[in-house]
Design a protein around this ligand. Structure first.
Ligand code: NAD
Ligand code: AHE
Ligand code: ZN
Length: 375
């Protein structure tokens, strides 16, 4: 198949909110600096649902969504040296070129090399898509497009991993789990003994709890409007629960009262701008830090009284938990293999690519964390 067009199955989002359609898609060979991957397993993340809904200003249609996956390199384009056919890999929506201003800054995991192309659904070299259906180009998504049996990605967006790792599990290390762990370890740098508040107990919020427990947090307060989330969250390290619906007072006040003046660190893992405000305002005066992890819809803006910041609270955000993708995803896989981090526990459902619409329905039900699709 090397150098040839591959025809395979992929789930195409033709229009916002319209059911995805499994199509025979033509996948062009990788050009210079590109890698074609056979995707074996992909999970669904709420960001896929967000873009599908039409709320993402970067969302383009028709496209192939999906960014939390694992597979095997099928072929590589000219000049690709770091991976070869047969390598087990995780596609990384946050690239790492190690050469750009961002990568060299030592201050961020964001990479500038291919972001302009991945934001508009094409490949960097010729600003074209490698996907088509009967001659109609289909946009890429987040530089990954994993809801397809084959995808083409930039070489700076591929992490080579231990071939012994189970791909049906470690696919989760492409997004949600690292995002939560890294928000705690890299972005907030939570110290032992800290009081932590986690808003939203989905996969990302539970991974925040897991990371905070590992960091030695003394209290981990989970906040969710769905009380069914609480039982399971205990296994991930949450020590106390608050349902805003059980209180008349604003949730920030409830937390300030519970913690003698506020929490040391808070994390918004929902994508709701009013919760982002509450997450900042429940932080302790003088030092409390709040990290925005959730992705909010187009047009949404955050607000608070500047006095909140003047008096020492800090507002931050994180993408992929601040992890350098190509360097650190293999390290996370190794940590999973040594049983130092959970992954299996976040998988509540397993389906096939053909059942992807059902998987999106499940994602909106309280019981579902991650649904892994066999591709
Ligand atoms: P999820 O839907 O599984 O979890 C969200 C949780 O928030 C649910 O348990 C829900 O009951 C709860 N919730 C909803 N409204 C609430 C409210 N008003 N108050 C309290 N709880 C509320 O989602 P997820 O997959 O865990 O992702 C969480 C967010 O993180 C999404 O916005 C996603 O797009 C984003 N995300 C960001 C990054 C990043 O790099 N920054 C990476 C992955 C995901
Ligand atoms: N296109 C969206 C932005 C979405 C967003 O913030 N994405 C996160 C990853 S979410 C993964 O589930 C991210 O990494 N952002 C940094 C980046 O470079 O995109 C919008 O709202 O415009
Ligand atoms: Zn995601």
């Amino acid at each position: 198949t090397q150098g040839q067009v591959i025809t395979c199955k992929a789930a195409v989002a033709w229009e916002p909110n319209k059911p995805l359609v499994i199509e025979d898609v033509q996948v062009a060979p990788p050009q210079a600096g590109e890698v074609r991957i056979k995707i074996l397993f992909t999970a669904l993340c709420h960001t896929d649902a967000y873009t599908w809904s039409g709320q993402d200003p970067e969302g383009l249609f028709p496209c192939i969504l999906g960014h939390e996956a694992a597979g095997i390199v099928e072929s590589v384009g000219e000049g690709v040296t770091e991976v070869q056919p047969g390598d087990h890999v995780i596609p990384c929506y946050q690239a790492e070129c190690r050469e750009c201003k961002f990568c060299k800054s030592g201050k961020t995991n964001l990479c500038g090399k291919v972001r302009a192309a991945t934001g508009v659904g094409v490949m960097m070299s010729d600003r074209k898509s490698r996907f088509s259906v009967n001659g109609t180009p289909i946009y890429h998504f987040m530089g990954t497009s994993t809801f397809s049996q084959y995808t083409v990605v930039h070489d700076v967006s591929v992490a080579k991993i231990d071939p012994a790792a189970p791909l049906d599990k470690v696919c989760l290390l492409g997004c949600g789990v690292p995002t939560g762990l890294g928000a705690v370890w890299n972005t907030a740098k939570v110290e032992s003994g800290s009081i932590v508040a986690v808003f939203g107990l989905g996969t990302v919020g539970l991974a925040v709890a897991e990371g905070a427990k590992a960091a030695g947090a003394s209290r981990i307060i989970g906040i969710d409007i769905d009380s069914k989330k609480f039982d399971r969250a205990k296994d991930f390290g949450v020590t106390e629960f608050v349902n805003p619906k059980d209180h008349e007072k604003p949730i920030q006040q409830v937390l300030v009262d519970l913690t003698d003046g506020g929490v040391d660190y808070s994390f918004e893992c929902i994508g709701n701008v009013s919760v982002m405000r509450a997450a900042l305002e429940c932080c302790h005066k003088g030092w409390g830090t709040s990290v925005i992890v959730g992705v909010a819809a187009s047009g949404q803006e955050i607000s608070t009284r500047p006095f909140q910041l003047v008096t020492g609270r800090v507002w931050k955000g994180t993408a992929f938990g601040g992890f350098k993708s190509r360097s650190q995803v293999p390290w996370l896989v190794d940590k999973y293999m040594k049983k130092e981090i959970k992954v299996d526990e976040y998988i509540t459902h397993n389906l096939t690519l053909g059942e992807i619409n059902k998987a999106f329905d499940l994602l909106h039900e309280g019981g579902c964390l991650r649904c892994v699709l066999e591709v």
